[in-house]
Design a protein around this ligand. Structure first.
Ligand code: KG4
Ligand code: ZN
Length: 352
């Protein structure tokens, strides 16, 4: 029932103007920055100069308009954005980017030897676990995916089961689990089965992955331990920093099974790509938050090496979700002439 609030942006000529207006006819803010000074010197409006002046003035004008209107949470309080489409100066081209394509292309931005198409990627994060064959822009084939939980999700849930405190250095639960696992001594003997091992020969499951069963094995193990030896469990819980003991040994057993499963699937997918599809990848790429895991990086490197391929992994801050990968994919698409119409739709479910 409340009135709508819309932010309006005008940049068609030499005024950068931002307003916040409501449907009950109130102008809650109006901020206008004139470019007269810039254009006086050239004796008229130079479009490129105007465009630069707009982009310099816009962020401040938007911030000021929102502040003046008393808008604290634009996400909740702004119902729509209205922008000038014309007539007037042409706006910048708009490039729509698929988030997963951006993950896969990141090494072409970051690596000393940028991967050339075709290449294979393992994209592993809290939301996805994909084995992808990339043969060009918009030419990606999903060869394998998780049938249930993403691998990062499993790392997060196991870390929570083991009550592992997060590290001050970041990386969330997954990074904490890696550090605890590094302290394992094997003093507490435990192993977890590698998922889908016996399904290796079945075509349907050979390239896919599963992490929910592994996660459940860890839950059950911890539950049984808590019930059968509560004293040992509470003693193990005493440490608040990565240290050896039951929690470290369980963390490592989980990590070993998860990493082995991923390495195994990369192996299968490489074999399939080369021998069945007759496509020879130039290298292997890994990205997504889980690719920050050193044990995984080493194992994937070994598998790639078996096929004479190098592995390319962006630095951790560009492995996780970031806008640099979106901008880079924009550059790749722009270079290929893949500019989108201004009437660009949001795509909630977008197959690669
Ligand atoms: O790509 P990302 O930042 O966000 C999305 O999920 O899209 O990935 C986050 C995931 C989390 O599940 C986190 O626990 C996991 O990556 N992660 C790790 C490590 N660092 C982050 N998993 C294993 N080992 C790590 N060192
Ligand atoms: Zn992502």
């Amino acid at each position: 029932d409340r009135p709508w609030t819309v932010i309006g942006i005008e940049t068609s000529c030499d005024d950068t103007s931002v307003a916040v207006v409501t449907s009950d006819r109130r102008v809650r803010a109006l901020v206008t920055r004139h470019q007269t000074k810039q254009h006086e010197a050239t004796g008229g409006i130079v479009p490129t100069a105007a465009a630069i002046a707009h982009s310099m003035a816009l962020p401040g004008a938007i911030r000021e308009a929102l502040e003046t209107a008393g808008i604290r949470n634009a996400c909740e309080e702004i119902d729509a954005v209205a922008v000038t489409r014309g007539p007037g100066l042409a706006p910048k081209p708009l490039v729509g980017v698929h988030h997963m394509e951006a993950h896969a292309l990141t090494p072409r931005l970051t690596q000393e030897a940028p991967p050339e198409f075709p290449f294979l990627s393992l994209l592993a994060s809290g939301g996805h676990t994909l084995l992808l064959l990339s043969e060009g822009l918009s030419r990606h084939t999903i060869l394998g995916t998780t049938l249930d939980d993403a691998v990062g999700e499993a790392f997060d849930k196991v870390a929570r089961t083991l009550v592992l405190p997060w590290l001050p250095t970041g990386g969330g639960a997954g990074a904490a689990l890696e550090q605890w696992a590094a302290h394992a001594t094997g003093g507490y003997a435990v192993t977890f089965p590698v998922p889908m091992r016996d399904g290796r020969d079945k075509p349907a499951s050979r390239l896919n992955m599963s992490f929910s069963g592994l996660k459940t094995s860890v839950f059950r193990h911890v539950q049984t331990l808590q019930e059968s030896d509560p004293a040992a469990w509470s003693a193990a819980m005493a440490s608040t920093e990565p240290s050896s003991g039951i929690r470290a040994d369980i963390a490592r057993a989980f990590q070993d099974a998860a990493v082995t499963h991923l390495a195994d699937r990369l192996d299968c997918v490489l074999a399939e790509t080369i021998t069945v599809r007759k496509v020879h990848p130039t290298c292997v790429v890994a990205a997504g938050g889980v690719a920050a895991n050193q044990v995984l990086r080493a194992r994937l490197g070994d598998v790639a090496g078996k096929y004479g391929l190098r592995i390319e992994i962006p630095p951790p801050r560009l492995c996780t979700d970031n806008a640099a990968m979106i901008a880079w994919t924009g550059i790749e698409r722009l270079r290929a002439g893949l500019v989108d119409p201004w009437a660009l739709d949001y795509v909630p479910k977008w197959p690669l």
